[in-house]
Ligand binder design. Structure first.
Ligand code: ASP
Length: 582
């Protein structure tokens, strides 16, 4: 090895030793006849000293070193007179006797320090330099530790890690596929897996019993802070189990990760039915770090002559605790917030519970003191509280109020990154109505089994059929989801029929799976965790980008390698493809 120690290793116990270190020049400062240089590697930072009195030439050489030069130094470990107790190597320094420049460096385009002056775009272009910075690298160290713990936990429970192919055919999980042309089969395309869903089910048919994989998945969707075109799942499947077994094993995995990686002991995870999550939070992934549950008001507010409420399917609100002192301007801001096109509410009604005990609403004309007292009772308001109400079509108004609740929660500082609130959401509907295509879609995916007692309703009331499906939510982020699967051909065919597939289409696309079900498929089920999301929650980040070494930007581009890009005519010819961009 080129070095005897790393830059984070030496301390007072090494005094007097002659050592050799390698690393990058972080900082250099001259003080009289002495030059101090901080040399950095992944493990830490060590101070080097060069002194005119000992070696004029060497000191001059040291003064020539620029930021991010790669050096190798040999010298003696000395005790520092000016100690820095904030870092493990802060009590010592190296009196250098030999210096070798292993590689020079151009001046980096931004400061390689914890606090950098580089903007997002610049740092993305020079991602390899950004990754030198502690905060970014630490996220990846954390991620690596989590991956190891996942492997350890699952392997101990007899899960086998199996790799599944990346060039497959379309797996319908609700997103658009990325496709890859096949040179050997002109005009035909592979699809990149949205997840290994069908393969892991086939592994159950093969008798593998317990499978897992930390695996890349690909979905061509519009990007958001918690979405990348390629992302990683902790993907699992088990045979001969019930939903209860899966929830217990994967709650166990999550708690183990919190215990070993974050040193936190979490309580048992609460469970909530999908219907309750929608009713109380307007979301299938409620942020339960704070309460502020929805209160429905139809029975209290209707029939008093206020058209907005009378004509609404649902009148529902929240109690923004302690916000009665909001100024007119702040309330206007909130009204603007809910009226933004992305949210789409038509207006916001409010009522203040004033310090003198009176309740004043923005619709006093329709609701007298006695009526407002009923509002106050419904929301359990106290002096200083502010009631915020929306009205409209049930599903829409719940979504809108969910946004408002999260906004208020944020403003009140209730969404603390150091607090973790996990929740299982269970009993999802099997199907979801899609306005655009005018038909039902699978809410999870087409392989999810309906609750046996609800199967009869598939024909009469498909929207109300519940699935054996579950999601793990932490702090309002969907961390994972899964289901008990269909494992017989007849039920799987019925499901495809309800999703609008003709028997021929179903056979063409999924014949392999339904055929497999005819050769002794065990009852099975599974789950997949979004590993990037879990890691970003552990790292206290808002975006998954910084737990990914080389992420893409919001337009799906990697601006460092400049991808996607056009390809050479010769490559297209080989693929027998003509590119016409319309
Ligand atoms: N394949 C599913 C997904 O990616 C997870 C599962 O059902 O296991 O969401």
């Amino acid at each position: 090895m080129l070095r005897t120690h790393t830059c984070g290793q030496l301390n007072i116990s090494n005094l007097g030793e002659t050592v050799t270190l390698c690393g990058w020049v972080q900082k250099s400062r001259d003080l009289g006849g002495t030059t101090f240089i901080d040399v950095r590697d992944r493990y830490g930072l060590t101070q080097l000293v060069f002194n005119t009195d000992t070696d004029v030439q060497l000191r001059e050489q040291a003064r020539e070193l620029g930021r991010e030069f790669v050096v190798k130094v040999t010298g003696k470990v000395l005790e520092r007179s000016n100690k820095n107790l904030k870092i493990p190597t802060g009590e010592i320094e190296i009196a250098v006797t030999e210096l070798e420049v292993l590689n020079a460096a151009k001046i980096p385009p931004f400061l390689i320090e914890d606090e950098t002056d580089g903007g997002e775009e610049l740092r993305a272009r020079f991602r390899y330099l950004d990754l030198r910075r502690n905060p970014i690298r630490n996220n990846l160290v954390l991620r690596s530790k989590m991956a190891q713990e996942v492997r350890k936990y699952l392997s101990e429970l007899d899960f086998i890690e199996v790799e599944t192919p990346v060039l497959i055919k379309s797996t319908p999980e609700g997103a658009r596929d990325f496709v890859v042309p096949s040179r050997m089969n002109p005009g035909e395309f592979y699809a990149l897996p949205q997840s290994p869903q069908t393969f892991k089910q086939l592994l159950m048919v093969s008798g593998f019993d317990r499978y897992f994989q930390i695996v890349k998945c690909f979905r061509d969707e519009d990007l958001r802070a918690d979405r990348q075109p390629e992302f990683t799942q902790i993907d699992c499947e088990m045979s001969f189990i019930t939903q209860e077994d899966i929830l217990n094993i994967f709650e166990g995995l999550t708690r183990q990760l919190f215990r070993t990686v974050k040193g936190l002991e979490l309580d048992e995870f609460p469970r909530m039915q999908y219907a309750d999550a929608m009713r109380l939070y307007g979301s299938d992934k409620p942020d339960t770090r704070f309460g502020m549950q929805f209160v429905e008001l139809n029975h209290i507010v209707k029939g008093k002559g206020f058209g907005v409420f009378d004509n609404a399917e649902l009148v529902v609100g929240i109690n923004a605790k302690g916000c009665a002192a909001y100024t007119r301007k702040q309330l206007d801001e909130l009204t603007e917030f809910v009226k933004r096109p992305q949210i789409g509410a038509t207006g916001l009604i409010y009522a203040r519970h004033n310090d003198d005990g009176s309740i004043k609403s923005s619709v006093d004309k329709f609701y007298n003191e006695e009526e407002l007292a009923k509002w106050s009772a419904a929301f359990e308001t106290e002096k200083g509280d502010l009631i915020l109400i929306l009205a409209g079509q049930t599903d829409k108004v719940r979504k809108q109020l969910n946004e408002l609740r999260l906004e208020i929660g944020g403003r009140l500082g209730l969404r603390d990154k150091d607090k973790f609130s996990p929740l299982w959401v269970v009993d999802f509907p099997l199907l979801e109505w899609d306005e655009e295509s005018g038909r039902y879609h699978a809410m999870h995916h087409p392989f999810t089994s309906p609750k046996p007692e609800d199967i009869a309703m598939l024909d009469t009331d498909p929207g109300n059929v519940r699935a054996n499906a579950y999601d793990l939510v932490i702090n309002g982020t969907e961390i994972g989801g899964g289901s008990i699967r269909i494992h017989d051909r007849a039920l799987q065919s019925l499901m495809f029929k309800h999703l609008g597939f003709s028997p021929e289409e179903a056979q063409k696309q999924f014949g392999f799976l339904m055929d497999a079900f005819e050769y002794g498929a065990p009852p099975h089920g599974g789950i997949a965790f979004g590993f990037d999301r879990l890691a970003s929650i552990f790292a206290g980040l808002d975006s998954i980008r910084d737990v990914i070494a080389f992420p893409k930007n919001n337009s799906g581009r990697d601006i460092m390698i400049d991808s996607p890009s056009t390809i050479a005519e010769a490559q297209l010819n080989e693929l027998k493809i003509k590119s016409v961009v319309s």
